[in-house]
Design a protein around this ligand. Structure first.
Ligand SMILES: [Fe+2]
Length: 293
């Protein structure tokens, strides 16, 4: 199954002047009334299969967020309705964008507690093919976690950190932290390993691969290790990093990355599938999925 995940890595990649909206922050109206019956059906198909998979696989906070928000199978959510609930809980809102937006626009939204979500939905023949983040990835995958106060703070801090990393030329290192937490993070909760990353939560095949498949490594999250680790943009991850609790992310939101960037700069980088002597390995992957042939 071909997968195209570059876009998830690059929420902020400039989409080109051809689609540049009129507003400086790239927001557009969601245009909810313009969704077709087929669009809502695609949403339902995606929603239903994830709803069956996620109990026992998504972390408690994700499932709670799903219950708390006006997200249901029958229709693509209205961003205004989502924002009404989110604002009261964590001060976040969901704003519509046409797709990818430039880095600084993306970070500025996050720093101001606005989550930019693609307003379009993938075609019915592309259920597992994502060229850029659509409304299912962005809303189903990301928004439930924004109900959680720790993730809410963490993502705002990431936006602020992103603006700073741009100035420092360290965006690649920071992006890996986002990638291995917000997009592809796993959590060790009392009753077992769970997912909280949006890239997993919104993907039928990666939900089971990340948790159940013997192929990938599952390694305890370590900030500097992650900052030095490359990731897959064209396939499932070779390594998933596991946090012990969301307090770990809150710590990340509070620390000064400046000295870390200095420390990491010039150090060797690690390939996506590397396992290191200092790693706390929860599962040593067979690597089978990524072996050629
Ligand atoms: Fe995402």
């Amino acid at each position: 199954m071909k997968r195209q995940l570059d876009a998830l890595a690059k929420h902020g990649l400039a989409a080109g002047d051809a689609v540049r909206p009129q507003r400086a922050d790239w927001t557009i109206d969601q245009g909810w009334a313009d969704y077709t019956a087929a669009d809502h059906t695609t949403w339902r198909t995606l929603f239903e299969r994830q709803r069956r998979l996620l109990p026992g696989r998504a972390c408690d906070e994700f499932l709670q967020g799903m219950r708390d928000l006006p997200i249901a199978a029958d229709r693509i959510p209205d961003f205004l309705e989502l924002s009404d609930v989110l604002k009261g809980r964590t001060g976040w809102q969901v704003v519509a964008v046409p797709g990818l937006v430039p880095d600084e626009v993306f970070f500025d939204h996050l720093a101001n507690r606005r989550f930019p979500a693609g307003n379009f939905i993938r075609r019915p023949d592309q259920l597992d093919y994502l060229e850029e983040p659509d409304v299912f990835h962005d809303v189903f995958g990301h928004v439930p976690m924004l109900v959680n106060p720790v993730i809410a703070d963490y993502l705002q801090a990431y936006g602020e950190g992103g603006l700073r990393a741009q100035r420092l030329g360290t965006l690649a290192q920071l992006a890996r932290v986002y990638w291995y937490t917000i997009e592809f993070g796993l959590l060790r909760q009392a009753d077992g390993l769970r997912l909280y990353g949006a890239g997993i939560a919104s993907s039928f095949s990666e939900t089971t691969f990340s948790l159940d498949d013997p192929s990938p490594n599952r390694v305890r999250f370590d900030l500097e290790r992650v900052m030095r680790t490359q990731y897959r943009i064209d396939d499932f991850q070779e390594t998933y990093f596991v946090i012990d609790g969301f307090e770990q992310l809150l710590e990340l939101a509070r620390i000064d990355f400046g000295p870390l960037y200095d420390h990491v700069r010039g150090q060797p980088e690690f390939a996506p599938g590397d396992v290191l002597p200092d790693d706390t390995v929860l599962h040593r992957g067979t690597g089978r999925h990524h072996q050629p042939g």
